[in-house]
Design a protein around this ligand. Structure first.
Ligand SMILES: *Cc1c(COP(=O)(O)O)cnc(C)c1O
Length: 377
């Protein structure tokens, strides 16, 4: 079956007891057993819950993995992977990783003896230089946030596997509709389902999809032992979002391309970063690796950080807010907002960079909104 069909049907058969066509919210912590230890697959909701289970099945199908752990947030997913490391292990991170990922390794796991190197992973030379004998995990994001750099997942997976390490791909920006890292050699795919998977800015969630059943078992053990699970209400919201992922990503990608072209042609704009533009340095790779280019656009207006701030305060449809991936358009200045925690580190981003999460409103309205805001001072 094709992606759009699996998004609606995988793990989502009608409820066996009532015929409900929508997976119910199983608000229960425990399950009655027929005899001690004899149950229908559920014993306690930290271990598993039918609503969370349905979402896990859907994500497994969409990413093409062996199974999925559904977590309470993207960071809960990241920290669950962190529990699989031990003192003396080494991790390679991209030098423009999601700020929270960087903070977790730099400020939390480093206190427990896990070492890391932030490297340029847009080419394999950067990775080869960063790898050490004790490297256990190579972590990549593509496209990155907010600079929208693209890394070559299959090339990175070759180098990673030669070194005996595992490749983790944060697929939050692309989603499995646009890019399926497991087919390209990734061992684990991580999501903040808060973003495009949920898609409506009404839930915080995360997931890890494992390519291999043994690795999945190890993560299941850690999930049950440490408890970073999503509740059934949140799992329901993400599952509801996933059903429309394909149509939303088509529209996000179309709108973002139109917005990027508008900005690139405007002489009030210094530079536009969007992987779908021929001017993007990794446009060729993005075209091969992705089905389309997604909804995130970054740009630098002429006039410095003051101008960047003025633009973000003068849009009406683009809300000035952190986060991304919802149906509504958002605008922000990463250096002052989402990326405050990386100021002064290798991950610092330009102060006058503006990031757009282009929503699925009518593109003409979005372009008029930006046009007006660029004119304001
Ligand atoms: C938001 C985000 C995360 C963290 O997810 P939360 O759901 O906010 O915990 C991780 N990676 C990327 C790329 C993100 O955008």
């Amino acid at each position: 079956m094709e992606f759009e069909t699996r998004a609606i049907h995988a793990g989502q058969d009608p409820d066996p007891t009532t015929g409900a066509v929508t997976v119910p919210i199983y608000a229960t912590s425990t399950y009655a057993q027929a005899a001690p230890g004899k149950h229908a697959g559920y014993e306690y909701s930290r271990t598993d819950n039918p609503t969370r289970h349905a979402l896990a099945e859907a994500l497994t199908s969409l990413e093409g993995g062996a199974g999925t752990i559904v977590t309470a947030s993207g960071m809960a997913a990241t920290s669950l992977i962190g529990w699989s490391l031990k003192p003396g292990d080494h991790v390679v991170l991209p030098d423009d990783a999601y700020g929270g990922t960087y903070r977790f390794f730099a400020k939390v796991l480093s206190r427990h003896g896990v070492e890391f190197t932030a490297a340029d992973l847009t080419n394999t030379d950067g990775l080869k230089k960063a790898i050490r004998p004790n490297t256990e995990i190579v972590w990549t994001e593509t496209p990155t946030n907010p600079l929208l750099r693209i890394s070559d997942i299959s090339a990175l997976s070759e180098v990673t596997h030669e070194a005996g390490a595992a490749l983790v791909v944060d697929n939050t920006f692309a989603t499995p509709y646009l890019q399926q890292p497991i087919a390209l050699g990734a061992d684990l795919v991580l999501h903040s389902t808060t973003k495009y998977m949920g898609g409506h800015s009404d839930v915080v969630g995360g997931a890890i999809v494992a390519a291999d059943a043994d690795v999945l078992d190890g993560l299941r053990f850690l999930e049950n032992a440490t408890g970073p699970i999503a509740g059934p209400f949140d799992a329901y919201l993400v599952l509801r979002g996933v059903k429309t992922l394909g149509v939303r990503m088509d529209r996000h990608s179309f709108n973002a391309l139109m917005v990027a072209r508008f900005l690139e042609a405007d002489d009030r704009v210094e530079r536009v970063i969007y992987p779908g533009l021929a001017s993007h340095p990794h446009h060729g790779l993005a075209s091969r690796q992705m089905k389309n280019f997604g909804g995130m656009v970054s740009f630098i207006p002429k006039g410095g950080p003051e101008k960047a701030a003025a633009v973000t305060m003068n849009t009406e449809l683009f809300f000035l807010a952190e986060s991304l991936g919802g149906v509504e358009s958002l605008i922000e200045v990463p250096a002052a907002m989402t990326h405050m925690s990386v100021v002064g580190t290798a991950l610092e981003v330009p102060e006058d960079l503006v990031r757009l999460s282009v929503g699925i409103e009518h593109v003409d309205d979005l372009i008029s909104d930006l046009d007006r805001a660029l004119g304001a001072t």
